[in-house]
Write a protein that binds this ligand. Structure first.
Ligand code: SAH
Length: 235
């Protein structure tokens, strides 16, 4: 039996054109996630509707609510461009946990070169092994965000997009995420109920780091998913 309800996913995200290949890879990832979750704490959400809505639809909503940067896919390359492709969009998923929102984004967008960052090694190992099985290349950074983004780090200023869901309050999270962005790069913070207050509290650090709040968008998921917001910050 399938875990992901593709009709529900399409109904929630009508503007998103997901290929059969992408949906198949998402299903296989969801299967591995729930299997592995029996022995490792990757997610508290284990029912198929919850996985469809709170993990996949919520993650993919990033591609619908605000313009997500585009880069061309290299001609002659396979579906997944991986690391070496000069034109791939460089995205960092900070505090990825079980791979959200990074994995659904990567599987939906073949032009993305995704780096998964987390301070917990075993979670990264799980994502790496699951993606390897799906033959989808990605990069992995086992570090604390505040260390990996420090002044001397080669990761600094190198990403077009940073994403983060459920990692820290926005003022702290901006301090973690913004150093990774190149000039004009975009940070998408996926937040719950406190989004609006947190954007106010984050103003000083945004000024200090030369960034600005571009948008704060309510995500339309069914009510049992709770209130979801995407905060968009540009460097
Ligand atoms: N983004 C995922 C996981 C959220 S749980 C989701 O929404 O489902 C938060 C994750 O962030 C954990 O896996 C934790 O290890 C990681 N994390 C928290 N603080 C961090 C930091 N300073 N640097 C790197 N990872 C961090």
């Amino acid at each position: 039996m399938s875990i992901i309800d593709t009709d529900l996913l399409r109904q929630i995200l009508p503007g998103l054109d997901l290929s059969e290949d992408s949906l198949d890879l998402m299903e296989r990832y969801a299967q591995r996630l729930l299997e592995t979750n029996e022995n490792m704490n990757l997610t508290a959400i284990t029912d198929p509707r919850g996985v469809t809505l709170k993990h996949f639809a919520d993650s993919l909503s990033l591609l619908c609510v605000h313009e997500f940067p585009q880069r061309g896919v290299m001609p002659g390359k396979g579906a997944y461009s991986g690391e070496g492709t000069p034109c791939s969009l460089k995205v960092l998923d900070l505090g990825t946990g079980g791979g959200f929102p990074g994995v659904p984004l990567l599987l939906a967008r073949p032009d993305v070169c995704m780096t998964f960052l987390d301070s917990t090694r075993k979670k990264l190992r799980f994502i790496a092994s699951a993606l390897e099985e799906l033959n989808v290349p990605a990069r992995f950074l086992h570090a604390r965000a505040e260390d990996a983004g420090n002044l001397n780090s080669p990761e600094r200023g190198k990403y077009d997009v940073v994403t983060a869901r459920a990692v820290a309050a926005l003022p702290v999270l901006c301090g973690y995420a913004l150093p990774f962005l190149r000039k004009d790069g975009v940070f998408f913070a996926m937040k719950g109920l406190a989004a609006r207050e947190e954007t106010v509290a984050a103003q000083p650090i945004l000024c200090e780091l030369g960034a600005r709040l571009v948008d704060c968008i309510r995500v339309a998921l069914p009510e049992d998913c709770g209130e979801r917001w995407i905060v968009v910050v540009r460097r």
